[in-house]
Design a binder for this molecule. Sequence first.
Ligand SMILES: Nc1nc2c(ncn2[C@@H]2O[C@H](COP(=O)(O)OP(=O)(O)OP(=O)(O)O)[C@@H](O)[C@H]2O)c(=O)[nH]1
Ligand SMILES: [Zn+2]
Length: 213
Amino acid sequence: MDEDQIHQIAKGNELDGYSKIDRYNQEKIDRISSHYGGILSDLGEDPSREGLLKTPERVAKALQFLTHGYDLKPEEILRSAMFREEYSQMVVVKDIEVYSMCEHHMLPFFGKAHVAYIPNGHIVGLSKIPRVVDAYARRLQVQERLTNEIRDCIQSTLEPMGVAVVIECKHLCMSMRGIQKQNSVTTTSAFTGAFVNEKTRAEFLRLITASLD
Ligand SMILES: Nc1nc2c(ncn2[C@@H]2O[C@H](COP(=O)(O)OP(=O)(O)OP(=O)(O)O)[C@@H](O)[C@H]2O)c(=O)[nH]1
Ligand SMILES: [Zn+2]
């Protein structure tokens, strides 16, 4: 994917306020790049060799993209597509890809989020749920806080009967380094309202493990 395409994705559309943000803020890029020149030298590399000439700038742009959630307003994203509707069954959006960065090592963690809510007079445009997941995931995070923030944003904005969030991720800081466990997956969950009830929670867990095939 070239930088123009990434810029396009980062910009998104008018509705959710993405377009107001100058993703590649040149001043920040210059500052972050200048640090990375020194880091490359400290790692024993030659920052002036051909392959590395543009690396500090590329890293700066990548980091800006990977943390662009700081510029987003998840509550506004949800409010931009809330509709009055008398549907009162569970709505589940599952298998939402998550890419985040652990705040301890600034290494990626990635996996899936499953989100459900039970409407209380309003439903929300389905795409807005993955957008909320991204708005919080594209920051420096711990998986537990990411899970709670998604839950709290949906509960306080949409005011449904309840919200459920389950996130399953692999952390590169646990596989590429450190304890070096290649297959461990961390699961976190957060519930409000109706999902505190064991039967409702069980129904949600059944739906996220059910396959479409
Ligand atoms: N609870 C939680 N811990 C995380 C997350 N991401 C990374 N960590 C952990 O953060 C901890 C930081 O511990 P430290 O002992 O300060 O760092 P460290 O010496 O690099 O630890 P090791 O990874 O065990 O080598 C580690 O145990 C990581 O596994 C997360 O999303 N949630
Ligand atoms: Zn980590």
